[in-house]
Design a binder for this molecule. Structure first.
Ligand code: CMX
Length: 454
């Protein structure tokens, strides 16, 4: 029987209009106390071992990092402060008139460990709009970039340039006290996330619709509602709801994945949140990580072209084997930690099943049929430890169906989402006074010598 979700224990009506900053402030002493207790009682306790395979195998499975907002169980998938994805779908407030959880309610949960009230969620949406305009120098920078530069490169550059106005950096130069780091960090983080829709949408406009006028932010919309509006799809409620769900559920996936880990590592040097998250975006831009959603679509489209209208399990199997035999990975399948179908994939599939137009879509039918045979083929192939789909197996195909067809852009949407988890960690790393990250590396000779001597 799973333990009662931690988030539920915090829920309180009397706190329903408390601000996000106050809610975090209230939570900090207990967390600091817990860290102090762990240090005092267990600093020397062994909680795992380091094998040579960990050191040469990309640190898989090594318990070496503190990340409080979510924990990934290999069998069950992700929980955010104890809440599973279906729990979040039931408990986290949606946008007015919407059904799906939104970025604001997920961010509140991640940052405070509590489920926000409707009022708190709306207040955060309004705050995002007030902070959401891009500084002129960032607009100028983005507009000066060639449309042929990958959208992820542009996003990383834009986020880094936002650090011009970093409160953390300015306060640090003035000699701010360590106990106040988290407040300046939070301010930067909220500005960062608020400005991501305008930045990401400007990149989309410049690359795919140059010269087209852009909408302005609507003060009555949530973060993702505004993002979809700026992208030019504001009248598509189904796409808006899909992106609300996708961005909320993809926001955090514990700390060891490459983007989250990068944000944490760079943040541990006291680089400001903009520089830290910019670095994370460049980790996300790799094909084994965030770029996989672009790769899945490219691969499924190539499969569709080759198979034509004769979409049978046998033809899909043939195509899967062709991919594997040519030495490529099957994009959207496998995972560094998960050993079952990704619950994020399942939640997105359920969204598809609830929309008749998606059930009829040829590309979504192809994704579904691929899912029916790919695990069997990957098991027979015998290499991957997880033959099941991850979140990226389906995410891009839904966007494609709704008319967002430029798949080189898809990782940018993931980049808007992943900010939720990364900024949460940046705030908490400063609130807990976490140190500079500095693991020990070993040369091949040193590994061999150590291994022989034990
Ligand atoms: N297709 C073919 N081979 C695969 C595979 C796949 N989908 N997934 C893993 N393998 C192979 C690996 O390349 C590795 O081969 P080598 O021993 O020749 O190097 C072997 O199986 C063992 O890998 P693993 O331990 O199961 O998986 P890793 O932890 O090394 O890698 C991941 C995880 C996600 C990079 C890998 O499964 C992969 O490349 N998947 C396709 C890309 C993808 O969908 N990425 C998105 C991940 C989701 C996210 O970032 O959140």
């Amino acid at each position: 029987m799973p333990a009662r979700p931690i988030a539920a224990r915090f829920s309180s009506r009397s706190l329903s209009t408390q601000s996000l900053k106050d809610a975090i402030k209230e939570t900090i002493p207990a967390k600091q106390e817990q860290l102090k207790r762990i240090k005092a009682q267990h600093a020397g306790t062994t909680i795992g071992e380091v094998k040579v395979e960990n050191v040469i195998g990309g640190m898989r499975g090594l318990k070496a990092m503190l990340w409080d907002s979510s924990v990934l169980d290999p069998e069950e998938g992700i929980r955010f402060h104890g809440l599973s994805i279906p729990d979040c779908q039931k408990q986290l407030p949606a946008a007015p008139g919407g059904k799906e959880m939104i970025a604001e309610s997920m961010l509140w949960l991640l940052l405070t460990g509590k489920v926000p009230s409707e009022a708190q969620t709306r207040a955060l949406s309004r705050d995002f709009v007030e902070r959401g305009t891009l500084p002129a120098h960032v607009e100028k920078l983005i507009d000066s970039l060639p449309a042929t530069l990958h959208p992820m490169t542009q996003l990383g550059m834009g986020v880094a340039a936002l650090n011009h106005d970093s409160l953390f950096q300015a306060s640090y130069e003035k000699g701010i006290k360590k106990s106040e780091y988290w407040e300046a960090t939070l301010e930067d983080c909220l500005n960062l996330i608020s400005r991501l829709p305008a930045l990401a949408a400007r990149i989309y406009r410049n690359v795919y619709n140059p010269g087209k006028p852009m909408e302005s932010l609507d003060k009555d919309l949530d973060l993702v509602g505004n993002y979809v509006r700026l992208l030019g799809f504001g009248d598509n409620q189904s796409l808006t709801e899909y992106l609300r769900l996708y961005i909320a559920l993809h926001g955090d996936h514990e700390g060891g994945n490459a983007s989250a880990h990068t944000a944490h590592l760079v943040g541990s040097t006291l680089s400001d949140p903009y520089l830290s998250y910019s670095a994370a975006l460049f980790a996300l831009a790799g094909p084994l990580h965030g770029l996989a959603n672009q790769e899945v679509l490219r691969w499924q489209m190539a499969m569709q072209k080759e198979i034509g209208s004769d979409v049978t399990h046998d033809r899909i199997k043939e195509y899967l084997w062709k991919t594997l035999k040519s030495g490529q990975v099957v994009p959207g399948y496998g995972h560094g930690v998960l050993r079952n179908p990704d619950p994020r994939f399942i939640a997105l599939q359920e969204f598809c099943d609830s929309k008749p137009e998606l059930q009829d879509s040829p590309i979504i039918q192809l994704v579904k049929k691929t899912y029916e045979v790919a695990p069997g083929v990957l098991k027979e192939h015998g290499k991957t430890k997880n033959p099941y789909p991850n979140v990226d197996a389906t995410s891009g195909c839904v966007l494609y169906h709704y008319g967002l067809t430029q798949f080189k852009y898809y990782t940018v949407i993931f980049g808007v989402s992943r900010a939720l988890g990364c900024i949460t960690q940046l705030v908490w790393a400063r609130a807990l006074g976490l140190p500079l990250e500095r693991p020990k590396s070993l040369s091949l000779d040193a590994i061999e010598k150590l291994a022989k001597s034990t």
